[in-house]
Design a protein around this ligand. Structure first.
Ligand code: ZN
Length: 308
């Protein structure tokens, strides 16, 4: 076959491949002078949103970007990278994963290919890498999951890690052993009082307590508040000011208070979701899907504490 035909065939097949890729329509939002974030929708993972229900941020330094959470797929990471290159042509040097839920780190393989160093919690190595199929792949299916791969981290954070790039300093810290998940990490930029808290805080939607601890989450919130940060970037939700934690704190402390009160009145697990309805939070997204489950998880955890 003549080379010209062969190369045009190659062009057609690769452009077909790219046209099949899910288009996330990503637009970075400038939060501060050197911080851009992609804010995902306040929904569960679906084929319609391609898993884009999570926040992923880029911090610009003189020597390159630091990415906080790499998003749900290879294609998502690749499209957010392209969008950021239009703002500033800089390499991504580090990717920090706040926790092990797959909507936050499945973009890692894209950044690894670009030469970035991957940083994350200890249980990423323990719990994720050996797994064959993630929740994301199961829901999105093979086609949407595309080139997404599970890759190992370059650096694991057990307690603290200080990182500096292009004159910008990052403090990575595990605030509680179990809060939203085991080993959640926060990232603090002291010079600007910017705090990335991952899913230790949600706003605009309901959290899920299934992999964590209500009491651990409340302790983590106290530590987060002690930073007195000016900007707080949550794992899900659009609020980024100093008050970003308020609604979430009210929700979790409300569950704790109401479940304990019900237990004192000998209300059993079979009735607890009828009692602890917390109508004030009904307008939050995913209330119908997640609230009852959270109440049941809280009931189990608080009952154990009570028994001790
Ligand atoms: Zn999470």
């Amino acid at each position: 076959m003549p080379l010209k035909i062969l190369s045009s065939l190659f062009f057609v097949s690769t452009s077909l491949l790219f046209s099949l890729e899910f288009d996330y329509h990503l637009k970075p939002k400038k939060v501060t002078e050197n911080l851009y974030c992609f804010f995902g929708s306040l929904e569960n993972i679906s084929k319609r949103n391609g898993g884009n229900m999570v926040n992923s941020c880029y911090v610009q330094t003189k020597e390159g970007f630091v990415v906080i959470d790499s998003g749900p797929t290879f294609a998502y990471a690749s499209q957010s990278y392209e969008a950021m290159q239009k703002i500033k042509k800089l390499p991504v040097k580090y990717v920090i994963n706040t926790h092990i839920h797959d909507d936050h780190w499945l973009g890692n393989s894209f950044y690894k290919d670009k030469g970035a160093k991957l940083i994350g919690p200890k249980n990423y190595e323990e719990e994720i890498v050996p797994k064959m199929q993630t929740r994301m792949e199961r829901i999105l299916g093979k086609a949407l999951f595309g080139q997404t791969k599970i890759v190992p981290l370059d650096k694991v954070v057990e307690q603290n890690l200080s990182l500096a790039l292009g004159g910008t300093k990052f403090e990575i810290r595990q605030v509680e052993p179990i809060a939203h998940t085991k080993g959640d990490l926060i990232v603090y930029m002291a010079s600007q009082k910017i705090l990335f808290v991952g899913d230790l805080v949600f706003n605009g939607r309901i959290t899920s307590l299934r992999d964590g601890s209500l009491l651990g989450s409340l302790k983590a919130l106290e530590k987060i508040d002690s930073y007195d940060a000016k900007v707080i970037i949550t794992g899900h939700g659009y609020q980024t000011d100093a008050n970003s934690t308020h609604e979430f704190k009210a929700y979790l402390s409300g569950i704790k208070r109401e479940v304990l009160k019900a237990q004192e009145s000998d209300i059993g697990m079979e009735k607890i979701t009828k009692v602890v309805t917390m109508p004030h939070f009904k307008t939050l997204k995913l209330y119908d899907v997640l609230h009852n489950r959270n109440v049941l998880d809280a009931y189990g955890e608080l009952e154990l504490i009570d028994d001790e």
